[in-house]
Design a binder for this molecule. Structure first.
Ligand code: TYD
Ligand code: MG
Length: 450
């Protein structure tokens, strides 16, 4: 019988090496070697004629599909993003940077499930049981009733999951568990893949809904476990600035629901609190000053009003600073170029700071116009809108034209709900950025001049 050995296989060209290397000797790609347990595969396989008897495929119409009742986590925003709650036996990957609140969210969810009479299990490879207890003491509901297992050995975790057979199990985090038959360190790509693979098998066999927590790197990718995304049923991303209070939860992949929904939370001293009226919050906090404008954004399928702020200040630096928070840096560069070239408003060699208030991240082209108007009003030192802030949305093209974006009516309706008018958007009256800037700044400018 061949000995169980591990080899490192390049995920790009499938070359094999006995040892891990940074660069694949086959195709010279970097960081593509992944550890594989070759001994086990060799025992199972062997080549030649197929060993199993053929089975008959079934027509889809004849397949018995059970409609599972969803498990409600008691956290409305989480249930909504999941598409109506957790599906029994499903695997959900929850990604987010350290300190964003993944452990808090999963602790609260398990507490609620436990309170509703479900069996739960919280596996932590990051914190001791005592640390978890200290957190749970701050949380509402039955968080203290959740059974915990502080363990990093994968075999022990799997055996416990099988023995306890919980309805819902949280593994915090997938990068801290270690499969002893692989040599790589916990958190390496090979380890993470093996850990997730074996947890999936137990979860499907025992019908356990598993929430896998994963850390993301600074660049926003799930550290190591990008390989996990195809394996799991649902990928949730928990985002926000750690120092700010607002956090958003969105689905990047969802086999049981849409990826359009976004949940908004606020981190308070007693855990995460759902923010259902996010627009009201952000509009209520909006400042009436030069450089501030309200963006009617779409967060998935939900309209959301957020304040976009800009500050333009003289600089000695070459090149001047372009600092963004909550929007894409390249988008700001484009907007500044079009503003200067087509609307006659140049930031020149000044520093430009753009910030989406509340720590929300807006990832859609509809934010362009808000960024442009915020910068324009900061450059001119003019407050936009008469008595209420103006709201806007629209994409900016390179030739200075405004391009329409999806869900025009829903964005307008949301702005109207909060009494914001006018709403500047691509249309016959404002076909270009120049026209929109004039509409936003024109009237007050004239009044200042008079
Ligand atoms: P945590 O859930 O541990 O983050 P993660 O698991 O994603 O790394 O919590 C993150 C932060 O939230 C932590 O710095 C403390 C803070 N926090 C509160 O502000 N209020 C609370 O009730 C709790 C439990 C945590
Ligand atoms: Mg944590």
């Amino acid at each position: 019988m061949p000995r169980a050995t591990t080899v490192f296989v390049c995920s790009a060209c499938a070359a094999e090496t006995p040892r891990w290397m940074g660069q694949c000797p086959g195709c010279n790609a970097w960081n593509t070697l992944v550890e594989e347990n070759r001994g086990a595969a060799a025992r199972k396989g062997g080549g030649g004629a197929p060993r199993a008897a053929a089975t008959r495929p079934t027509r889809l119409a004849e397949v018995a599909a059970e409609r599972h009742a969803r498990l409600h986590t008691g956290i409305g925003e989480l249930d909504r993003v999941l598409g109506g709650g957790l599906v029994p036996g499903s695997l959900v990957l929850l990604g987010g940077s350290p300190g964003i609140g993944k452990s808090t969210l999963t602790n609260m969810a398990l507490g609620n499930l436990e309170g509703a009479g479900r069996k739960t299990l919280y596996v932590s490879g990051e914190e001791s049981a005592a640390q978890i207890r200290l957190r749970a003491e701050r949380l509402p509901g039955a968080a203290l009733q959740v059974p915990v297992l502080a363990e990093t050995d994968l075999d022990t975790v799997l055996a416990t999951m099988e023995a306890e057979a919980p309805d819902v199990c949280v593994v915090d985090s997938v990068q801290t568990l270690h499969a002893s038959d692989l040599t790589g360190a916990a958190g390496s790509v090979g380890q993470v893949r093996e850990v997730a693979d074996r947890i999936t098998r137990v979860a499907k066999q025992r019908n356990i809904a598993v929430l896998l927590v994963g850390h993301v790197t600074k660049e926003g990718a799930l550290a190591g476990p990008r390989v996990l995304e195809h394996l799991v049923d649902c990928v949730l991303q928990f985002e926000g600035e750690r120092e700010r209070t607002y956090r958003t939860l969105r689905a990047l992949k969802n086999r049981f629901g849409s990826t359009n929904d976004v949940g908004v939370f606020e981190m308070k001293s007693g855990g995460l609190v759902e923010v259902q009226d996010a627009s009201a919050r952000f509009v209520g906090e909006a400042t009436r000053a030069p450089g501030s404008v309200v963006l009617a954004a779409m967060e998935g399928s939900r309209p959301l009003l957020v304040e976009v702020q800009a500050l333009v200040s003289p600089s000695e630096l070459v090149p001047p600073r372009r600092v963004v928070n909550g929007i894409d840096r390249n988008r700001l560069a484009l907007v500044l170029a079009v503003l200067a070239r087509h609307a006659g408003i140049g930031a020149g060699s000044a520093d430009v700071f753009v910030n989406v208030a509340g720590g929300v991240r807006i990832d859609e082209p509809g934010a362009d116009l808000a960024v442009a108007l915020a910068v324009a009003s900061a450059v001119r030192g003019v407050t936009m809108g008469e008595s209420t802030p103006i709201a806007c949305f629209g994409e900016i093209g390179l030739t200075g034209e405004l391009r329409s974006v999806a869900h025009d009516d829903r964005r307008r309706a949301e702005a109207a709900k909060f009494g914001l008018s006018p709403v500047l958007s691509p249309g016959p009256e404002t076909p270009t950025l120049r026209a929109a800037v004039r509409a936003a700044l024109g009237a007050p400018l004239a009044r200042v001049a008079a």
